[in-house]
Design a protein around this ligand. Structure first.
Ligand SMILES: NC(=O)c1ccc[n+]([C@@H]2O[C@H](COP(=O)([O-])OP(=O)(O)OC[C@H]3O[C@@H](n4cnc5c(N)ncnc54)[C@H](OP(=O)(O)O)[C@@H]3O)[C@@H](O)[C@H]2O)c1
Length: 258
């Protein structure tokens, strides 16, 4: 047993929602004491619903009510403010970041990690949950994710990294205008999407590579279950500075962009 009983989760979106639901179940059985969710806002501005696209797996802030009713504490934070973050994190054993893959969101993890260290947090789980980022010369989002590992080493705040490969319940699901999602008309696809070689507009699939490359796939629900399980059941020595490479399935990924 890790002995960790107090968890802070930054972000409650596609991946975060699954981890939160698992942790709340553990809270309701008495295995852990606290689940605190950090958010920038508890409201969903109508403007952003109208103007942006959203993934069908996206969760909106209305889910915060569900988590609150199930026992979570919801804390509004300013990710640019050290004080706001430290106040929100103080008392936590573990901070789990599930902030999204946009550079601005991933970057705030540096300050989040600093404040976690200052607040006495014991373990930091950065927003990984994808392809391995401990590779040589990572680029783009991978480089930002890797920079968080360096930050945590610098701070001497142990991390646990979860590499999952593509999420099979995410990568084959298209983006839709946010309004469609909000109205729960999730089967209405009003815009053509091209994702991993699938072109929903034309119905064509682009085949590439040589058909032999294998890839790990994991569902987001399995990620939530795995993360919550190991963070509460493994001893700390098996969590600190560890990388968990998980996969539900290993499949040939013989599609790609040519
Ligand atoms: N391998 C794959 O197939 C795959 C698929 C999906 C995700 N992922 C990875 O999983 C991780 C989580 O992604 P996700 O899809 O779960 O994220 P998401 O649902 O898009 O967003 C998670 C949360 O990030 C917060 N956020 C968004 N922009 C922010 C900003 N600029 N500053 C601070 N917070 C911000 C939002 O919380 P609030 O609005 O409540 O503040 C949002 O609920 C990422 O590292 C991503 O790369 C991998």
């Amino acid at each position: 047993m890790s002995g960790f009983v107090s968890f802070v989760i930054a972000g409650s979106g596609a991946v975060g929602s699954h981890i939160i639901r698992e942790l709340l179940q553990l809270k309701n059985t008495g295995k852990i004491d606290n689940v605190t969710i950090l958010t920038r806002s508890v409201s969903s501005p109508v403007e952003s619903m109208l103007n942006t696209s959203a993934h069908l797996c996206a969760q909106n802030s209305r889910n915060l009510d569900e988590y609150k009713n199930a026992g979570a504490d919801i804390t509004v934070v300013d990710y640019g403010s050290a004080e706001s973050l430290k106040d929100a994190i103080t008392g936590a054993d573990v901070v789990i970041s599930t902030l999204n893959h946009h550079p601005a969101a991933l970057q705030v993890q540096h300050l989040l990690a600093e404040q976690a260290r200052a607040a006495g947090v014991k373990l930091f789980v950065p927003s990984e949950f994808g392809g391995a980022t401990d590779r040589e010369n990572p680029e783009g989002v991978f480089a930002i994710k890797e920079s968080v590992h360096h930050k945590l080493k610098e701070l001497d705040l142990p991390y646990a990294l979860f590499f999952t490969g593509p999420h099979s319940d995410y990568v084959f699901v298209p983006y839709v205008p946010r309004l469609v999602l909000v109205c729960r008309a999730s089967r209405v696809l009003t815009r053509g999407i091209r994702l991993l070689g699938l072109d929903l507009n034309s119905g064509n699939v682009t085949i590439g590579l040589d058909g032999n490359a294998v890839n790990s796939f994991t569902t987001q629900r399995d990620i939530g279950r795995f993360v919550a399980y190991v963070l509460t059941n493994l001893p700390r020595s098996k969590l600190e500075w560890r990388i968990f490479r998980i996969e539900a399935e290993r499949k040939v990924r013989n599609f790609g962009h040519m």
